[in-house]
Design a protein around this ligand. Structure first.
Ligand code: ADP
Length: 465
């Protein structure tokens, strides 16, 4: 099966969150099943091009009566779309807390170029991810191309909404601007295009697939999704178990396995030294996250004073773009057991997963969440709000993978209660949890098998027509 996988970020070239991880690990897991999979992403200005095969394709993309020259480069299994506007910005989506004003055109061009690449490569399946490439589904249908499209929703909260004037810029006729198509409360919605025009829709966990059909989690699209529910399936994400492997992880001072768990303590000590932290006898709770409301930062901040009076250390590695920095810094000045690191640091995140005792994930909603799976692979016990993919991957017992602590209401009280339960865990039980989780399969192998069936069914349907 010839498959093209399109995403706005793919690790290690560009990453702001889990989409980039999946952009690398799912195609790799599909290749392990002998599928012929290549990927495509935008060429951003910060991506090193020294190992590129340059200009493997050149396309002229017409949008809204304007012709754009698009160059397509390649490295290993990944194609890069170099287009005006898309490739000249310093960041992927925006800067100083604001999205780029021409993201409609930037990612519209990306979607259109992805369709041209699909044709040039004669792919049978085009797998699109989130709103950035969603318009490709519409153009495939409009051009009646013999390509089946799969659209995966990684986070329904980011919808790609633009003013009505985008229609003209993107060359889309007014007949697309209806509630059954891509109009959403007077705006153009890229996300709706993906939902309306893809042959199949998936999302990143079975539980989130149910949740997004409700007003609480549907972000206003629950009704529209219910209309298309026959096309919707939840496929649980996995992690790249080579990238996240405590046995071979070159970011760690002391690589370890489930058989040499004592070395985890050495990693904790090394982490404390690296970050200039003092007390390594107390349990270390960590958060590694984008600092946004979704991730439960407001809950955490409300709980902080009580939390930091408990016998624990708290370390937060969070990106620097949000508005929470001030209040967190104030709390840290008051409580020496709160350590803050702002910024995005891949290698440090690995050392934190290895050195921590508990990972906090009080997310208000969480489509799948990868942090908890990475944590469990490193023998760190997750404490999660029982929502979305956290519900599917963290259980209070050792029946299904994995084993952690979860709380049912998104309140600081419930979070504090869960932390208390963590602090009261007997050493023996804690060790059992670590052992159980480190033997779990959090890889993308099961997810890739599900996608194999999804792709096969799509092509089989076609063969029967
Ligand atoms: P989301 O995609 O919503 O941000 P996920 O749990 O799906 O959340 O994926 C988050 C990914 O980003 C994980 O690989 C996590 O380790 C990583 N990550 C998040 N914040 C940081 C950070 N500040 N520095 C390094 N890695 C981070």
């Amino acid at each position: 099966m010839r498959i093209l996988f399109a995403a706005s970020e793919i690790f290690p070239y560009a990453k702001s969150g889990g989409l980039a991880d999946v952009g690398a690990s799912l195609p790799k897991a599909l290749r392990a099943l002998d599928h012929d999979v290549v990927s495509v992403m935008p060429l951003y200005s910060f991506i090193a091009q020294d190992r590129f095969e340059h200009n493997v394709f050149e396309f002229e993309v017409m949008l809204g009566g304007v012709s754009y020259n698009v160059h397509c480069h390649k490295e290993h299994h990944t194609y890069f779309i170099e287009a005006p506007l898309l490739s000249t910005t310093s960041y992927m989506y925006g800067e100083e807390g604001r999205d780029y004003a021409d993201n409609d055109l930037r990612f519209g061009l990306f979607g259109a170029a992805v369709v041209m690449l699909s044709r040039a490569l004669h792919v049978e399946i085009l797998h699109l991810n989130d709103w950035h490439s969603a318009l490709a589904t519409l153009w495939i249908k409009a051009q009646n191309l013999p390509i089946k499209s799969v659209f995966t929703i990684h986070n329904l909260a980011y919808q790609g909404l633009f003013e009505k004037t985008s229609l003209r810029r993107l060359g889309l006729g007014i007949d697309f601007f209806t509630p059954e198509r891509i109009e959403f409360y007077g705006k153009v919605s890229f996300m709706k295009a993906g939902i309306a025009y893809a042959d199949t829709i998936t999302t990143v966990s079975p539980n989130y697939a149910k949740e997004i059909l409700t007003p609480e989690f549907g972000c206003g699209l629950e009704g529209f999704l219910r209309l298309h529910v026959k096309k919707l399936t939840g496929v649980l994400n996995g992690i790249d178990t080579d990238t996240y492997n405590p046995v071979t992880d070159t970011a760690l001072m002391h690589p370890y396995s489930v058989e040499s768990l004592a070395l985890k303590e050495q990693n904790k000590k090394a982490l404390y030294r690296e970050l200039g932290m003092k007390d390594s006898k107390k349990p270390l709770f960590v958060m590694i996250s984008r600092l946004v409301h979704q991730k439960g930062i407001d809950l955490l901040i409300k709980a902080l004073d009580s939390l930091l009076k408990k016998p624990l250390e708290l370390l937060i590695l969070g990106d620097d773009s949000g508005s929470y920095r001030n209040v967190l810094e104030k709390a840290s000045a008051k409580h020496p057991n709160l350590k803050l690191i702002f910024g995005y640091d891949e290698a440090l995140s690995h050392r934190i997963y290895a050195g921590a005792d508990f990972l906090l994930m009080p997310s208000i909603f969480e489509p799948c969440g990868l942090n908890q799976m990475i944590a469990m692979r490193y023998g760190t016990i997750p404490i999660v709000h029982n929502v979305g993919g956290l519900h599917d991957t963290v259980h209070e017992t050792h029946g299904a993978c994995g084993w952690g602590i979860r709380f049912n209401t998104p309140s600081s009280r419930a979070l504090l209660g869960a932390v208390d339960r963590a602090l009261k865990l007997e050493k023996e039980v804690y060790l059992q949890m670590q052992n159980f989780n480190m033997n779990c399969d959090f890889s993308f192998a099961p997810g890739a098998k599900s996608y194999h069936h999804i792709y096969r069914n799509l092509l089989a349907k076609d063969a029967h027509v």
